[in-house]
Design a protein around this ligand. Structure first.
Ligand code: HDE
Length: 693
């Protein structure tokens, strides 16, 4: 392994970005033409109270630039957050399957830019809405840019890209009144669903906890479609791409998500930013499911159908490398907004399949950037520029920033010595797939099964996950005004699972189906359940410690000592900013005023002992609510000594079978139990319905 090369590769993209970085300096203010300006607060007017003059070039330029600051937001995935990072394969084992060097040379570290997003909402919408999350990665490889433009769910709503405008029109705010923002709970989406049963598998995912991730660092990513890996000898293997988060897959409580949308609409964005600033870097492993060409038809579903997964139990996910996100962008607009992903950006060794959704995407991504970024030169933008050298005869166009020298902008030429010459070695070669057939408009018969994998998903859920899914369907359909739409969806659910349909129907005033639809096949895929995910690290978690005068500072110290080193954040919350006086006379620094935060912004709450402190907290409605609400959202709630009294005041009943309800009189025991509980995320089976929201 060559460390010199690592440093060069690592520095490659960041060094390239340096060319565009403009640091603030202490020179004088100027216009865009470099004219020095001594007054930017007063327009040029006739006398003190007279009209403004058109000749005021500084006023005109300043206002004009401002008037043109906005560009169209993305038509989908408008709200997003980005970060830079690096990827390295574990070993060279993929060399047998692909010529893509960044996937099989462990001495190469490839820089990446990742943008996470929601799909339906506008650029300013809240982060924690029920929605799919985009997970798009740009690898700046030595062979050119490779974009893996995935989602946090492994299937999609439709099978053919020609339906995409219909689907997006249905899920976006309704056209007559532009309501609701960033919500799927409305008539047009569910109307589309009930008329288009190919959506059913994806709707199961969308109604599950996957649609409300706790953190971008705690969700899986999927390339969705079947792609191809092609090796140096030209042999193709089908592949599905996966991102597996090191922290496991964890989600928010639905009631909590709605409250966060008001308390901190930037919740996931802030989490990503803060964790990177704190050094708690999000980490993902890249996984692949490989299917030899000759096995294409051995599954009971079509590998080209994007509403199907290959269950991990059927073809294991092989982990081939690791990605770490370790650097925040410096300018949101320049980087996160202007980044342009394109599923067609592939490097030698990676190719497409004939999935009709994928094929339509190959058109859409380049097309959309032309309107969004205003012309064909967006690949020159700093965040989009490859580190591989670009040489071609493309010329001119809006926002051209390069000065292409020479006379010959055509091929072949003799005036530039024939340059750029056609690549010999290392050129991209399309896989010579053999295809033949008649031109027709017809969905393949092999795409006809819309229910059995929806059933597989349902069967694989833990009881608490099933409960959340039923509640989600009831919530969403409960907002649908047209009864026939509610009925239509229930009829489809009856084909997924009878019990599911009956439970949903009961909550939404629809007659439960009497007869079972398609019988449940009983198969499961345990990998689909979040109950089986990793839950062993408190990294990136936020723990609230409530405090008032008289607090036991030993508990505050123990919690900090045991968790901060593990990458968690501990915050001391009190009625006012400043300090509180501990029982031993020490001053304890307050991180935030209680009134500026809420329990929904934390993963766990700790109530230290100290009689005076606990009495003060018990008299403070905000503190009592904080504890009750954390308990309701199934979070670890911990009390030291007298702290228990606050929990009782909050209506919490103590049971022995709740590992996330912690009472201890020894501060270090308390701290270590909080650490374990917060790593385990939530006790989703807790009985808490009696606690008011
Ligand atoms: Fe996209 N999608 N999409 N999509 N998509 C866009 O491209 C489109 C689909 C995904 O952070 C747009 O630059 C069509 C599946 C992500 O900048 C647009 C179809 C998956 C992002 C577009 C799909 C995705 C986009 C809007 C059906 C998961 C955000 C802005 C044929 C595998 C990328 C843009 C970012 C963005 C079209 C379906 C993921 C309009 C036509 C399936 C993560 O080009």
């Amino acid at each position: 392994m060559s460390s010199d090369r690592d440093t060069t590769a690592r520095a490659g993209k960041q060094r390239d970005l340096d060319r565009a970085r403009v640091a603030p300096d202490d020179g004088a203010l100027t216009t865009d033409q470099g004219i020095r300006v001594d007054d930017t607060d007063n327009s040029l007017t006739v006398g003190e109270r007279g009209p403004s003059l058109l000749e005021d070039f500084h006023l005109r330029e300043k206002i004009t630039h401002f008037d043109h600051e906005r560009i169209p937001e993305r038509v989908v995935h408008a709200r997003g957050s980005g970060a830079y990072g690096r990827f390295r394969p574990y070993d060279d084992s993929l060399a047998e399957y692909t010529a893509a060097r960044f996937l099989c040379d462990p001495s190469v570290e490839t820089e990446v830019f990742v943008r996470f997003s929601t799909v339906a909402g506008s650029r300013g919408s809240a982060d924690t809405v029920r929605d799919v999350r985009g997970f798009a990665t740009k690898f700046y490889t030595e062979q050119g840019n490779f974009d893996l433009v995935g989602n946090n769910m492994p299937v999609f709503f439709i099978q053919d890209g020609i339906k995409f405008p219909d689907f997006v029109h249905a899920v976006k705010p309704e056209p007559h009144n532009e309501i609701p923002q960033a919500q799927s709970a409305h008539d047009t989406l569910w109307d589309f669903v009930q008329l288009q049963p190919e959506t059913m598998h994806m709707m199961m995912w969308l109604m599950s906890d996957r649609a409300v991730p706790r953190s971008y660092a705690m969700m899986e990513g999927f390339g969705v479609h079947t792609f191809r890996l092609v090796n140096a000898a030209g042999r193709s293997t089908f592949v599905k791409f996966h991102w597996k988060p090191k922290l496991g897959v964890h989600s928010l409580d639905w009631d909590e998500t709605q409250k966060i949308a008001g308390k901190d609409p930037d919740f996931n964005r802030r989490d990503l930013w803060d964790n990177i600033e704190n050094g708690a870097y999000p980490e993902f492993e890249l996984g692949v499911q490989l299917v030899p060409e000759e096995d294409e038809h051995r599954f009971g579903y079509d590998l080209l159908d994007p509403t199907k997964i290959i269950p991990e139990e059927e073809v294991p996910v092989r982990k081939v490398g690791r990605m770490v996100l370790d650097r925040n962008p410096e300018n949101f607009f320049a980087e996160t907004e202007q980044v342009a992903f394109h599923i067609g950006n592939v490097v030698p060794g990676i190719d497409f399949s004939d999935d009709p959704l994928l094929q339509a995407r190959l058109f859409s991504y380049l097309d959309t950037q032309l309107i969004r970024l205003g012309g064909p030169n967006f690949p020159q933008l700093p965040v989009n520029r490859p580190i591989a050298t670009v040489r071609n005869h493309h010329r001119d166009g809006y926002h051209q920033t390069e000065i292409a020298q020479g006379r010959a902008a055509y091929h072949p030429n003799s005036l530039s010595g024939g340059c750029p010459a056609l690549a010999g070695e290392g050129a991209y070669t399309h896989f010579p797939e053999r295809v033949e057939g008649r031109k027709i408009r017809k969905r393949a018969d092999s795409f006809a099964d819309h229910y059995s994998q929806a059933t597989l998903f349902w069967n694989s859920m833990a009881d608490w996950e099933k409960g959340h899914i039923v509640s989600a369907f009831q919530f969403e359909l409960g907002k649908v005004e047209h009864k026939h739409i509610r009925e239509g969806v229930v009829a489809h659910l009856n084909e997924v699972d009878h019990e599911l349909a009956v439970q949903v129907a009961k909550g939404i005033g629809v007659e439960p189906p009497k007869a079972t639809g398609t019988p449940n096949h009983g198969r499961t895929s345990p990998a689909l359940s979040q109950a089986n995910t990793a839950a062993d690290s408190p990294k990136g978690r936020k723990i609230a410690v409530l405090a008032a005068d008289g607090v036991d500072s030993g508990v505050v110290a123990s919690i900090g000592e045991s968790l901060v080193g593990e990458g968690a954040v501990v915050e001391i919350l009190a009625a006012d900013d400043g300090t509180v006086q501990a029982a031993n006379g020490a001053r304890v620094e307050v991180t935030r005023r209680l009134a500026t935060v809420a329990s929904v912004l934390y993963d766990a709450v700790v109530v230290p002992g100290g009689q005076e402190c606990v009495e003060a907290l018990a008299a403070d409605g905000d503190a009592v609510h904080f504890v009750a609400e954390a308990f309701k959202h199934c979070k670890p709630v911990a009390a030291h000594a007298e702290g228990r009294e606050l929990l009782e005041k909050a209506g919490i009943a103590f049971t022995d079978d709740d590992p996330a309800l912690i009472v201890a009189s020894d501060a270090s025991v308390l701290a270590s139990r909080v650490g374990v509980a917060v790593a385990s995320h939530r006790n989703w089976t807790r009985k808490k319905d009696h606690i008011p929201a």
